[in-house]
Design a protein around this ligand. Structure first.
Ligand code: OGA
Ligand code: NI
Length: 349
């Protein structure tokens, strides 16, 4: 099928067949419940050891949490949301100038996930940007809307600062000095996906994004305050993360799961769509430098059980991630130590 954006202004009355999931893979929305105890962590709290403790618990038990009083200014957030919404309102011919299905491009508008490879498409358009170093990538960003570069770059700077702060707290929660995690990750890359999910005529039959884990280190997600859609797999059940005012949703990516020797979870999450309203979410990803060697520090190697995963570079991991479909088994499974796999099969741990 010729792929093209779904944010072109036409309202669909039927879901095109190429988006329809087989019966067994559908979202079963009536079985999803609201998440009752979303960890909401107040980063403005003066008691650092309390915050460290809360973050450690959230990463261990949930793999995600929300943060408030996070230091990213309301102005930066609002401008980011405004300019992103304005971008998706541009005439389709204007947007299509940026369209590409080549995942190696550092700036592109695209649709679904990996249009060329996937069997079933997802009800999503997205603008993907590289954001670090800003001086290198900003030039290629959209020139329209005219305020795009200014607003988005400000937002990126503030979000990066928040990401560093969270990595320091995560580092301390694992019993390390605050810089330890950042030192392992090296000079981190930063990417952004501005996700736009138009109203979908048959939301029961498809996804905005199917269940996946994020391959990077840390994800900082700005959800649409008025339209829910993010769901997380908790104890085998999909639960909805309802938007919280002035909060970011933070989730642990595959790299922090590997680095923490499995203590912290890179959880499955998905975006569902709805029939009434468009939804936008803005995901910022921090990822290790491509040469960074990801392995767990010795203190986390659990009395002789050893590392769960073999050592790898982020470049190696990302290549593997991109060669697969989004909703296959956890990509980290492919990096498990053979000995560990064998022990798991006989000892049940
Ligand atoms: C993502 C993602 C969720 C959402 O972009 O990786 O999980 O709510 N997005 O859009
Ligand atoms: Ni994700």
């Amino acid at each position: 099928m010729e792929a093209k954006v779904i944010s072109g202004g036409t309202r669909f009355t039927r879901l095109p067949r190429s988006y329809v999931r087989p019966e067994s893979e559908r979202p079963r929305l009536s079985e999803v419940s609201a998440f009752e105890h979303v960890p909401i962590i107040d980063l403005g709290c003066n008691d650092r050891s309390r915050v460290v403790h809360q973050i450690g618990d959230a990463c261990r038990f949930y793999g995600f949490f929300q943060v408030i009083n996070h230091g990213v200014s309301t102005e930066a957030v609002e401008r980011m949301q405004e300019v992103a919404a304005e971008f998706f309102r541009l005439p389709v011919e204007e947007k299509m100038k940026l369209y590409s299905e080549d995942p190696t491009k550092t700036m592109r508008l695209s649709t679904s996930f990996n249009v060329k490879k996937e069997k079933v498409h997802n009800w999503r358009d997205y603008l993907r940007l590289h954001c670090h170093p800003l001086e290198k990538y900003m030039e290629e960003w959209p020139a329209n809307p005219p305020t795009f570069k200014e607003f988005v770059s400000n937002y990126c700077r503030e979000v990066r600062r928040l990401g560093y702060r969270l990595e320091e707290l995560i580092s301390e929660s694992l019993g390390f000095e605050k810089d330890a995690v950042r030192n392992i990750l090296g000079e981190q890359g930063q990417h952004m996906a501005v996700n736009f999910y138009p109203p979908c005529p048959e939301p029961e039959l498809t996804y905005g994004l199917p269940g996946h884990t994020d391959p990077n280190a840390l994800t900082i997600l700005l959800q649409d305050l008025h339209v829910a859609g993010l769901q997380v797999l908790k104890d085998g059940k999909w639960v909805a993360i309802d938007p919280h005012p002035n909060a970011f949703v933070i989730n642990i990516g595959d790299q922090l799961q590997a680095l923490s020797n499995g203590r912290y979870k890179s959880v499955w999450h998905r975006a569902i769509v709805n029939a009434d309203k468009p939804r936008m979410s803005i995901a910022s990803f921090l990822s290790p430098s491509s040469h960074a060697l990801i392995s767990s520090p010795v203190s986390l190697l659990d009395n002789g059980r050893g590392p769960i995963y073999r050592e790898f570079t982020y470049a190696e991991y990302y290549k593997k991630f991109c060669s697969r479909n989004l909703d296959q088994e956890h990509c980290l499974e492919l990096f498990k130590n053979r000995k560990r796999k064998w022990l798991e099969s006989i000892c049940n741990f």
